[in-house]
Design a protein around this ligand. Structure first.
Ligand code: ADP
Ligand code: 5GP
Length: 190
């Protein structure tokens, strides 16, 4: 299990998109009550649920962790994670700091990586540049980012996402994913 977390806008989704080009990696599709953004697909980016359905999953114990993030609920479903790990693949989680620390506190085995922005001004530029949140929401995310940044010491690794390719190489090295998928496939056949 490879957990990427860190402040909103630090580049987690961008890094995940790149990591998922490797067939050994499978994305943990979280459930959320947040409204779908333009371009998002139900079941691929998130499983979009009503608050009532989300709470039913909580009561049924179907989440390995869940948290309220910026007024919406987000959770990691247990069943697909167990199936992927049993198949020997890397299960990639992109979750917030509260969620990652919940998993760590439960001793869920995995590699916990904190993705840090180069600095807070750059974080602001990225959040504004992404253009998916209102000014008010950007401000809320930035003020939370400072508290989240303090938690980085609880992770196994901290990767600064300055240059995307460099950060990606670092995450791949941490996760043991340096070899190309073809090389691994060949090796597995032998
Ligand atoms: P998160 O998933 O952590 O909220 P995103 O992956 O959506 O963050 O990235 C926020 C914005 O920053 C996006 O517009 C993305 O294209 C941009 N971005 C991500 N990584 C970098 C980087 N290394 N350098 C410059 N911009 C980046
Ligand atoms: P966004 O709404 O921008 O997609 O995500 C907001 C925050 O929720 C991000 O920090 C993202 O990592 C986090 N998040 C997404 N899925 C989960 C999840 O399953 N659990 C937790 N705890 N956080 C999540």
């Amino acid at each position: 299990m490879l957990v990427l977390s860190g402040p909103s806008g630090c580049g987690k989704s961008t890094l995940c998109r790149e990591l998922l080009k490797d067939q050994r990696v499978e994305f943990s599709v979280s459930a959320t009550t947040r409204p779908k953004r333009a371009g998002e697909v139900d079941g691929r980016d998130y499983v979009f649920l009503t608050p009532k359905t989300f709470k039913a999953h909580v009561d049924a114990g179907e989440f390995i962790e869940w948290a309220e993030v910026f007024g919406n609920l987000y959770g990691t479903l247990r069943a697909p994670m167990e199936a992927t790990l049993a198949a020997g693949r890397v299960y990639l989680l992109e979750i917030d700091v509260q969620g990652a620390l919940q998993l760590k506190a439960l001793n869920v085995p995995g590699t916990y990586v904190f993705i840090a922005p180069p600095d807070f001004e750059e974080l602001r530029r990225r959040l504004v540049g992404r253009g998916t949140e209102s000014v008010e929401v950007v401000e809320r995310r930035l003020s939370k980012a400072e508290d989240e940044y303090r938690e980085r010491v609880k992770y196994d690794h901290v990767v600064i996402n300055d240059d995307l390719q460099r950060a990606l190489d670092e995450v791949r090295a941490i996760a043991g994913l340096q070899l190309g998928p073809d090389t691994t496939a060949d090796r597995d056949k032998e």
